[in-house]
Design a protein around this ligand. Structure first.
Ligand code: ADP
Length: 195
């Protein structure tokens, strides 16, 4: 099962992606997590990505597509995988189509998490507070200014993927304004209907 998860920053993709991954036994491939790991490890990709991420902009299509292409060739992706944070531009979506077709596979569904954008800044502020309260480290791109930039980048570059995939009949709309467990239940019913 190949699932793509689309939604604006702060919409709760990470939480739901972890749930799906655990329940369906497929890995969650988060380009954001992979890039942050590359930054921590100080790899050449990480060095290029750091300033771009901190500015709320997007890392190049070639870099992220390359990371994903390598990752899905690993054994644990044979049964399927969940993409979280990729594709994020139409060019990435086209690259992904090629990557998948080359491997004789197909995308099963694109979950589009719909949220009211006004709620997102509030959610960000509570995420920052909770992380601080728990003694954790707040992500360097989790501040209101960079977040607004990420939202703008989402609307201009990523939101066009919804009509792109809707035309292919792949979109399942998910109401992301509901409580976490209700959102999970909506996703379950979509994924149960696939197999
Ligand atoms: P969020 O979903 O909260 O915006 P992510 O962890 O998915 O956060 O991504 C954090 C940052 O990593 C993005 O703002 C961007 O700079 C970079 N990034 C992640 N995925 C991609 C991608 N597919 N293409 C380009 N840049 C990406």
């Amino acid at each position: 099962m190949i699932v793509i998860f689309l939604g604006p920053p702060g919409a709760g993709k990470g939480t739901q992606a972890a749930y799906i991954s655990q329940k369906r036994g497929i890995p969650q491939l988060s380009t954001g997590d992979m890039l942050r790991a590359a930054i921590t490890a100080g790899t050449p990709v990480g060095k290029k990505a750091k300033a771009v991420i901190d500015a709320g902009e997007l890392v190049s299509d070639e870099i992220v597509a390359g990371i994903i292409a390598d990752r899905i060739d690993e054994d644990d992706c044979r049964k399927g995988f969940l993409l979280d944070g990729f594709p994020r531009t139409l060019e990435q979506a086209r690259m992904l189509d090629d990557i998948i077709a080359f491997r004789n596979r197909k995308i099963d569904v694109v979950l589009a998490l719909q949220v009211d954008e006004n709620a997102l800044v509030d959610r960000l502020n509570s995420r920052i507070q909770q992380t601080k309260d728990a003694g954790g480290e707040v992500r360097s791109d989790d501040n209101v200014e960079t977040f607004r930039k990420r939202l703008e980048v989402y609307s201009t570059q990523t939101a066009p993927l919804i009509p792109y995939y809707r035309d292919q009949g792949l979109i399942a709309d998910i109401d992301g304004m509901k409580p976490i467990n209700v959102v999970s239940a909506q996703i379950d019913s979509v994924l149960d209907g696939l197999s």
